[in-house]
Design a protein around this ligand. Sequence first.
Ligand code: PLP
Length: 393
Amino acid sequence: MDTKKAGFNSKLIHAGGIEDPMGSAVTPIYQTSTFRFKNADHGARCFSGEEKGYIYTRLGNPTIDDLQNTLAELENGYAAVVTASGMAAVNNVYLAFLGAGDHMVSHNSVYGPSRGVMEKLYPKLGVESTYVDCTHLENIEKAIRPNTKLLYLETPANPTMGITDIAGAAAIAHKHNVLVCVDNTFCSPYIQKPLDLGADIVLHSMTKFINGHADIVGGCVVAKTKELFGEIAYVMKNVGFNMDPHQAWLTRRGLKTLSVRIERAQANAKKIAEFLENHPKIDWVLYPGLKSHPQYELAKKQMAGPGAMMSFGVKGGLVAGKTVMDNVHLALLAVSLGGIETLIQHPASMTHSKLSKEEREEAGITDGLVRLSVGIEDVDDIIADLDHALSLV
Ligand SMILES: *Cc1c(COP(=O)(O)O)cnc(C)c1O
């Protein structure tokens, strides 16, 4: 079915555009490394691009195409690549658009390894970077230099829930001929479509909401234009960031329920955020769906909903936060996010432990900050679990 004009939920189920010759309702797992040519001329036509035929799985595979085509439609992009992990997607973008003498501007509390790898490996390639609080647009403008090539955003940011105005940031970047990439992992295209807001590239850790079942690691990059896609696809194919067909199939299956999963998790999250905000042992809650979020209005403007991620501070700082994490039974004490199960974690000692204490504080990641990824369990059970753990503080 041609889903180009269909609604988002119909795309989730039917997009992909791969027709199976056997008539299978679901695109099968083409678990093969290579494809047989009909004859030498056919092989030559596939290589020259004269004919769209499959050659070798690192370069293309029907199961992988099914997922890539779907993601491009969901994000309103030109085309997508899928990668072995979210970090492969991040590095795919860095390598495609940054080289010796180039500079990148990014948000100070982006996903830990997205900053870590930029500051550790990329200086070896002659790439410089500046991390600022991008939730204040004037910081972006100040950080841009004549050699800045990429503005790399993540919004809402991990784990501070800081929101960057994508349209505003893109307008500043484009004035200086700087490309804009948004890590849309926290939202998924169901909640936020960065390309529609002015970004040039969007990426995901599909390990999170897109697959949604905590059973694969994967990533994707979606480009707005053919030219950008060409640069991205070259890196994916030749650096070898590609995804395995079985991983792609599982992800495509998980993706079908994205809307229903997020609707449920988000409804749970709204109730949990209100419960926490009114709890006497809680200092503060940061959730884009609460009026107390400093960027509540901006969140409402650029996101279709507040999502299922929040962070909070327990009165008594780290010790109290640890008591909560050690006494939940339904929520899993685990990193990652966006799955059907509720996860709780402590960024200062876990996901953001590679940053120095000063860098963490500058980014708003205090020692007492606890991050919650709300799942699709019964909300009363999640609240009872948190309430019990808080009662021991
Ligand atoms: C998890 C995550 C990544 C990295 O993805 P992996 O699949 O773990 O490699 C990148 N960005 C964000 C926001 C993430 O949450």
